[in-house]
Design a binder for this molecule. Structure first.
Ligand code: ADP
Length: 275
């Protein structure tokens, strides 16, 4: 099953705030630079790469030297506006070092839900990829809010990355987090937890192991990662969840090495009994 990852052509990589920022609230330039190098090299190899990046509010707080994340929506949206452009500046600089151009794609849910704008989004992605530009995607945090009648928020970037995989018909979603994979309980609370190396189906039993919220910076925890995995499997894709502290792990994943947790529907081998 892992060996087939070598054939992945179109790859979505999702990176969480906890990978991009140090726990003290500063930007982790070392990891971001490595990520830019790895993704640039994959493009050089002929792969098509899309990056879904969180971090706008975290980077905005850092840029504005705020001691903590503000609580009101207008403040958060203003900080996201600052952080998003700062984040793109950092990506543009590092990707540029490796000879690659990035393009910012900010999405809201209504744009994906409405068929005409959805088609337009698909065309934009395809054109960026065709031109060898790396799309860097985020929710448009500056305008998206929770409304009952007009849905603009995706909820979280885990789900957004699975939606991007669906929209652009990618083969593989690599989800980089602050944890090595999906465990049978939260390893930060239970040191004896065991990691799943492969999951073929998202069941209520697995969802029950996902625990509540995630790290101090992260928002989704494992629940949203399982929701993303479910969508990926439904779309015939594969997902690998692993730790983003060393982005070179992306090379290992695509090489078929046993890294993190692989979510993939079981392929029936010829002659195997069907259920
Ligand atoms: P990110 O910022 O990368 O999106 P999150 O902080 O939202 O990541 O989620 C990762 C966190 O989820 C882990 O650090 C861990 O504390 C927590 N977690 C809860 N349950 C589990 C589990 N079963 N397996 C792994 N991690 C878990």
């Amino acid at each position: 099953m892992r060996a087939s990852l070598k054939n992945s052509k179109r790859i979505v990589v999702k990176v969480g705030t906890s990978t991009l920022m140090y726990p003290n609230g500063n930007v982790n330039l070392r990891t971001i630079e490595k990520l830019a190098m790895v993704l640039s090299d994959l493009c050089n190899e002929g792969k098509e790469v899309v990056l879904v990046s969180s971090g706008a509010i975290g980077v905005g707080c850092h840029k504005l030297q705020l001691p903590e994340r503000p609580t009101t929506i207008p403040e958060q949206q203003a900080i996201a506006a600052v952080g998003q452009s700062e984040l793109m500046h950092i990506y543009s600089k590092f990707f540029g070092e490796y000879g690659h151009t990035v393009g910012q794609v900010l999405l809201t849910r209504d744009v994906i839900d409405y068929p005409i704008s959805r088609k337009n989004v698909i065309n934009t992605f395809n054109m960026l990829i065709e031109k060898g530009i790396v799309p860097i995607v985020n929710e448009n945090d500056t305008v998206a809010i929770e409304e009952i009648e007009h849905l603009t928020k995706f909820g979280d970037n885990d789900r957004l990355s699975a939606i991007v995989l669906e929209v652009i018909q990618a083969d593989l979603l690599i989800m980089l987090s602050d944890i090595d994979g999906f465990y049978d309980s939260n390893p930060n609370e239970f040191p004896d937890s065991t990691m799943f190396t492969e999951i073929n189906q998202i069941t209520p039993e697995l969802q029950a192991l996902a625990g509540g919220k995630g790290s101090a910076f992260g928002t989704g925890g494992m629940f949203t990662k399982l929701a993303a995995a479910e969508k990926v499997l439904k779309n015939g894709g594969k997902m690998v969840l692993t730790n983003g502290n060393n982005p070179s792990v992306i090379f290992d994943i695509i090489n078929g090495d046993a890294v993190g947790t692989l979510f993939a529907t079981k392929q029936l081998v010829k002659g195997e009994n069907r259920i």
